[in-house]
Design a protein around this ligand. Structure first.
Ligand SMILES: [Mg+2]
Length: 242
């Protein structure tokens, strides 16, 4: 029987792309003004710093998302004082948090699933502090029973360690967990590989396609009905839900 529903955060509970755009714009404006750069040059430096950090930390860990480290690498490349890095990181995150809006049905869906007696979890590739801030910002925190970040398990989705940690915190077998996320390669494949029910949140504007073994939804509000229907078939060998 289904016991837990685990959500990805970025581009699943809110539109990350829409919130990232003004945050990156604010950062670009600051850097161009302070270091006399063109936006194009800043974008190049940003990409290089991102790659450098990825190589340095090995890729499969939350440090790749750490903007303090990323801007530190950028300033090192630029030959500017690293003392600017904390302010740049704060500028990015404060602008993103201000701009972020939850998908209209995200919090309500979590509340409905909770009312169905399901445990609600979060499984996310990111540093914990940022994700706590995001969940608080969109009003999801009261419904969250547990969270697993890639920082905590030192591995990123689709690495099985993150999914196993989710099942452990949910207190049930992976088969009793449904995982909901927007990324086919990270959320859907990772969940299926770990033995969880994978639900692909196919966002607006994205071409719909069938993923064998996974269920596709176009809106989070489809979840309560879908999971109510599936609930009794999860631990059986019956046909999966459509
Ligand atoms: Mg995502």
């Amino acid at each position: 029987m289904l016991k837990a529903v685990i959500f990805d955060i970025d581009n699943t509970l809110y539109d990350y792309d829409a919130a990232h755009a003004p945050a990156f714009q604010a950062l670009t404006a600051f850097a161009c003004e302070t270091f006399s750069l063109t936006p194009q040059r800043f974008a190049e430096l940003h990409r290089s710093a991102e790659r450098e950090l990825e190589i340095r930390c090995g890729g499969n860990c939350a440090a790749v998302h750490n903007r303090l480290l990323r801007y530190q690498a950028l300033l090192e490349r630029l030959g500017q004082p690293i003392a600017y890095a904390p302010g740049m990181s704060k500028l990015y995150w404060s602008t993103l948090l201000e701009a972020m809006r939850p998908y209209p049905d995200a919090v309500e869906t979590m509340a409905r699933l909770k009312a169905m007696g399901l445990t609600i979890g979060i499984g996310t590739n990111m540093t914990a502090e940022n994700q706590y801030e995001k969940l608080a910002r969109i009003g999801a925190m009261p419904y969250v029973d547990f969270m697993v970040t890639s920082e905590e398990v030192t591995a990123e989705k689709p690495d099985r360690r993150l999914f196993d940690a989710c099942a452990k915190k949910a207190g049930c077998a992976p088969e009793a967990c449904a995982f909901v996320g927007d990324s086919v390669s990270k959320d859907v494949r990772g969940a299926m590989n770990a033995g969880m029910r994978a639900i692909w949140f196919c966002r607006e504007g994205e071409p719909d396609r069938a993923i064998p073994g996974a269920t596709t939804i176009r809106a989070l509000s489809e979840l309560p009905e879908l999971l109510a229907e599936c609930r009794n078939t999860f631990d059986t060998k019956e046909e999966p839900c459509p």
